[in-house]
Design a protein around this ligand. Sequence first.
Ligand code: TLP
Length: 344
Amino acid sequence: MKIIDLRSDTVTKPTPEMRRAMAEAEVGDDVYGEDPTVNRLEALAAEKMGKEAALFVPSGSMGNQLALMVHCQRSEEVVCDSESHIFHYEMAAAAVLSGVQLYTVPGLHGGEAEELIAAHIRRSSPHLPVTRLVCLENTLNRGGGSVMPRERMAGVYRLVKEHGLALHLDGARIFNAALALGCEAADLACHADSVMFCLSKGLGAPVGSLLAGERGFIEKARRYRKLLGGGMRQAGVLAAAGLLALANTEHLAEDHDKARVLAAGLAAMGFATDPGQVETNMVMLDLGQAPFTTEDFLAQLAKEGVLAGSGRRHVVRFVTHLDVSMADIGEALSRIKKTVDILS
Ligand code: TLP
């Protein structure tokens, strides 16, 4: 039985073309700044984000955490959505590495973003931490891959600048967001001082993310990357895969189509999943009303050869990606139906 893995878009394997490019990559010692392939990738990433410079890092988490380290001082505060990745999935690194507190705001990603952020910027007081940074996430992973429109980002950035703060964008899936909004990634990144995006998610590279921003910001991040043990040597073998991944981001549209078909199939089974709400490559299935637990559902579904993940409480997350076809989605739907029949 073919396993259909919808746990995440991180599960993709490099294509033969990618493996060839990796094997043939021109390399050097990147800690000395001498890896030509890494240098090319960083230049291309900066260009795509419309920023002065970029830094290749092993993971999205490291990219986000470097941004916090550079933007903030200890005891300062970062305002972010209560569903954000930096809050849930980065091992409390903001507290450990930067000594900052995350001020998590429910619904910050939504239509009230400006008002909510304004209400959470601290006034100057000897009793309160100093607000330093606002972090947005586009697309919002735990928000079902939902997109923050350009105008909303622009409004938030204006507000952030009026208060003399900085804005970091967790753009792990910025190309999914840009595609859904019909714009370039740089049109989103221009509303942020720094942006992190991942090569190892929908774009299909095996490893790597980039942090982009002003030259001085990136130079500081480079030093902190070394501090964290993230200075890589002949990293061109990885950057070569990244260059191929960045060369074509249009195929993400197919992942969005697959997600919509999956959501429509779930809706047809009677689940309250609205295909109209699927904006990118994720489908959230809320099993809060189901006669079985999320854990039992995931375990039985795995026996049927479909892997899915769990997100918020009672919520199953399906993520479409390069390594699942539209036919796989049809097959996954019939296995989901079988799972529900067994458990009901
Ligand atoms: N997300 C992973 C898991 O960590 C949950 C996934 O499967 O979706 N920002 C966002 C918005 C992300 O979704 C992720 C990874 C990261 C940052 C971190 O990237 P990595 O895994 O490369 O550290």
